[in-house]
Design a protein around this ligand. Structure first.
Ligand SMILES: [Zn+2]
Length: 474
């Protein structure tokens, strides 16, 4: 019978670097003897001096340990595959670490990489990676980590899938809209790879639960889009000594790094304090090219896999930036801040804090903006009555998606130059998409002396929801 014997990475250097050796044999014992006869150096690893099979080598025929069959006397048929699985140093049960023939077949393109091999694939199988946020970055990460065979993939998210997610969040399909992201993600990932365990954490991460969730994982990958969670993830990882694979994206640009306080800088070394709210727009406000989180999230997945496999040079102490329009990558050196409040020699942050408050504390004194407001129902009534000026402060391209009839258009950025176009005696009602930018415009107009000016709460989105459902929203 012609049978093949699949060798573990550790034995391949002794067998001309082959992953698979073909032999002719009628039983398992004959096959192993033929292997040892062809590659003499393998013999001492397989057989004790008395000729018996060493106990730390497990032999599988198909998916079955030969001890559950007839042991070395088990008969073979043409085309059978034997898999040699040595016990892992450190006492991990061989059964847990072992890969079935189905898994070996699935991960073939990994297993034939010398840098991964069966040993590396087992590391992936035994690895536990937590993805914080199942959005634009989390989508490609989750798909590739599951495809790669990462044994346990945790996902923290509490959102439902929205139609506006589908432009970039490739974990979900049109049929997922309205479903909890965790539910849709788990179904997709299990369909992709039934050998991985997907653990959903349906919660809003905070100082009270982060350490407990993170403790069950080896690597944390941050796919969030807000500063409070970013500092929380950074601090929790540093306190637990775990690596944090970081990324952020905006419009056409992304950045990736690995923050691992034990070996390099942390996020606080880079940014000791968050920017004031409103200064840095989010993707929801500024937009993002749909494939950008695909590129950046895939880079994060690469870094996470490198950390698990212990190969290559992880982005510790390096910020990799990507500019999609320029098609350029840059590597920037990051230094550990000797005065870092978290990972410096004299830390003042020694436990998790209230991150919402930490980030809100950066808020300028006058916020939250208290300006006169009207509802969209009142806006409709006033417009019908006439005698009011309605100002739309959105950007021109946003007006192409939807607009209200009879409004004056002054983008927020042009208000300081153009406000004199507005009659100070008139009643002025300002709107934007959701009400945030128009509040700033109202604040400005009040400061330059306009008395009868109000903000339209909820903006054109509220109008589309409650007054005119035929409007296209974005
Ligand atoms: Zn630091």
């Amino acid at each position: 019978m012609s049978v093949s014997i699949r060798l573990p990475a550790a034995l391949r250097p002794l067998a001309d670097r082959k992953a698979v050796v073909e032999v002719s044999a009628a039983t398992v014992a004959e096959a192993l003897e033929a292997l040892a006869a062809r590659h003499a150096a393998v013999r001492a690893h397989l057989f004790a001096p008395d000729g018996s099979l060493r106990s730390f080598v497990n032999v599988y025929l198909g998916e079955t340990d030969i001890r559950a069959l007839q042991g070395p006397a088990t008969r073979l048929k043409d085309g059978d595959e034997l898999v040699l699985v040595p016990a892992i140093a450190g006492g991990a049960p061989a059964a847990e670490a072992a890969l079935s023939p189905d898994e070996l077949a699935r991960y073939n393109r990994h297993v034939i990489l010398p840098e991964v091999g069966v040993e590396g694939q087992k590391k992936l199988k035994n690895a536990r990676i937590l993805i914080v946020g199942a959005g634009g970055l989390g989508s490609p990460m989750a798909l590739y980590l599951a495809a790669a065979g990462v044994g346990r993939i945790g996902i923290v998210d509490f959102d439902a899938v929205d139609a506006s997610n589908l432009q970039r969040q490739v974990l979900y399909g049109t049929e997922s809209v309205g479903r909890p992201k965790l539910e849709a993600a788990a179904q997709r990932l299990r369909g992709l790879n039934p050998f991985v365990e997907v653990v959903g954490h349906a919660l809003r991460l905070d100082a009270g639960n982060a350490l407990g969730v993170f403790a069950g994982y080896d690597v944390v990958v941050d796919g969030t889009d807000n500063f409070a969670t970013r500092y929380l993830v950074n601090d929790a990882c540093a306190l637990l000594g775990k690596p944090n694979v970081y990324a952020s994206i905006f419009r056409f640009e992304g950045q990736v790094s690995v923050f691992w306080a034990d070996k390099g800088p942390c996020y606080r070394c880079l940014y000791p304090e968050p920017p004031p709210p409103g200064l840095v727009p989010s993707c929801a406000e500024g937009g993002v090219l749909g494939v950008l989180p695909g590129v950046v999230g895939a880079l994060q997945a690469v870094e996470a896999l490198k950390l698990v496999l212990g190969i290559g040079e992880p982005l510790i102490g390096t910020l990799l930036t990507y500019d999609a329009l320029e098609a350029s990558f840059r590597r920037l050196k990051l230094r550990k801040d000797p005065a870092c409040a978290l990972c410096g020699p004299h830390p003042s942050v020694t436990r998790l804090i209230d991150y919402e408050q930490f980030c809100a504390a950066r808020r300028p004194k006058e916020e939250p903006m208290s300006v006169p407001e009207i509802t969209v129902e009142e806006l409709k009534a006033r417009m019908e009555k006439g005698g009011v000026v309605v100002v739309d402060v959105r950007e021109a391209h946003e007006l192409e998606i939807c607009r209200l009839q009879g409004t004056k258009h002054i983008p927020l950025g042009e208000v300081p130059q153009r406000y004199k176009e507005l009659d100070p005696q008139a009643e002025i009602l300002v709107h934007c998409r959701s009400g945030a930018r128009s509040a700033k415009a109202v604040k400005f107009l009040q400061e330059v002396g306009y008395k009868k000016v109000s903000n339209v709460a909820g903006g054109i989105l509220a109008w589309a929801e409650r007054i005119d459902k035929s409007l296209t929203t974005y």
